[in-house]
Design a protein around this ligand. Structure first.
Ligand SMILES: NC(=O)c1ccc[n+]([C@@H]2O[C@H](COP(=O)([O-])OP(=O)(O)OC[C@H]3O[C@@H](n4cnc5c(N)ncnc54)[C@H](OP(=O)(O)O)[C@@H]3O)[C@@H](O)[C@H]2O)c1
Length: 306
């Protein structure tokens, strides 16, 4: 048996590990009565985790770029899932989604911020902000903070980040160049957005302290989804080769976010960063409380002017 096979088969304290699937995570759970928002619910990890949670009785609010995609996703997810249009690069669309969700008059048990894009080879912007940072971080910030009043007393906000958060720009967050115009680098731009994901979850968790609510982030693994589609062909090919050699399948990739969203044990870990459905340690920058506070304040300013 190879070392790699041994690592893959290992389980951590949670009882789950690298090879566990989202189906394994929900196997013993009854999620009836849970209202769960999933962004990017039409593809990859979002569709898989939404489908598994719905199979155990959760009501999924499937957020996708268009109503057409959301309705098609709901057919696959099942259990009467509710389609909601939410284009995370468009503030008007995010605000409309928040209004639609608030009008449901339910308390949400989970907001699973799953949607994400990789960075393009050349600078791309949304609303004057580098596009990866806007979609992955600012869009989710606007959605989740817009819905905090509608979170249940034990509600969770789960942000799908990446281990690549450790490969951001020097100093962590480029507050002086959020437009990306001064020094764009595609690899670092993705890491930058994912560091923002971890810092946002940490700062939200700090604000949740003393309540029954929790926020956390995670690395799902390397999984052959469509995530590499915006990358340069060379980089995408390299990523796909790595995915094929070392990757998890989609069921395994969706396990950690499913664990963070609905497993009872995860509720005890406000502020955690998970990997392979177990506690892990993010980068030093990701643990910098002052950086998280500054990111929250600067992101709020961006949201307020849009
Ligand atoms: N796959 C990996 O190896 C890996 C590794 C580390 C972290 N992650 C993270 O895991 C998460 C899920 O990614 P995935 O691997 O499942 O990728 P995927 O198959 O490409 O799915 C991404 C989802 O995000 C949606 N999305 C993208 N841009 C959006 C926007 N502007 N507004 C609303 N929705 C948008 C996509 O919608 P459309 O289909 O309409 O584009 C799709 O539903 C991402 O946050 C990603 O960064 C993935």
């Amino acid at each position: 048996m190879s070392v790699f096979t041994l690592i893959k088969g290992k389980r951590g304290k949670s009882g789950f590990g690298y090879a566990s699937t989202s189906a394994d995570v929900v196997a013993d759970l009854d999620l009836s009565g849970k209202n769960i928002i999933v962004t990017g619910a039409n593809a990859g990890l979002g569709l898989e985790s939404a489908s598994q949670m719905a199979s155990k009785g959760a009501h999924i609010f499937a957020l996708c770029r268009t109503m057409e995609k959301a309705s098609a996703a709901c057919e696959t997810i099942g259990n009467g899932a509710t389609p909601v249009a939410c284009e995370l690069s468009d503030p008007a669309s995010i605000r409309a989604a928040v209004a639609t969700l608030k009008a449901q008059d339910v308390k949400f048990d989970v907001i699973l911020c799953n949607a994400g894009i990789a960075s393009t080879p050349e600078l791309d912007q949304q609303n004057g902000i580098e596009a990866t940072f806007f979609t992955n971080h600012v869009g989710h910030f606007m959605l989740a903070t817009g819905l905090l009043d509608s979170l249940s007393d034990t509600g969770r906000v789960v942000v799908v980040a990446s281990m690549i958060h450790a490969q951001s720009y020097e100093g962590g967050i480029n507050f002086d160049d959020l437009s990306g115009e001064a020094g764009y680098n595609a690899n670092k731009a993705y890491g930058h957005s994912k560091l923002a994901n971890v810092l946002f979850a940490k700062e939200l968790a700090r604000r949740f302290e003393g309540t029954g609510k929790m926020a956390c982030s995670l690395h799902p693994g390397a999984i052959p989804t469509d995530i590499a589609r915006r990358m340069a062909p060379g980089a995408a090919n390299a990523a796909n080769t790595i995915f094929k050699l070392f990757c998890k399948n989609v069921g395994q990739g969706a396990a950690t976010q499913t664990y963070a969203a609905v497993h009872p044990d995860a509720a005890n870990h406000n502020g955690a960063y998970f990997r392979d459905s177990n506690l892990a340690t993010p980068s030093e920058d990701a643990q910098d409380v002052d950086l998280g506070i500054k990111l929250w304040e600067e992101t709020q300013k961006i949201a307020d002017r849009l």
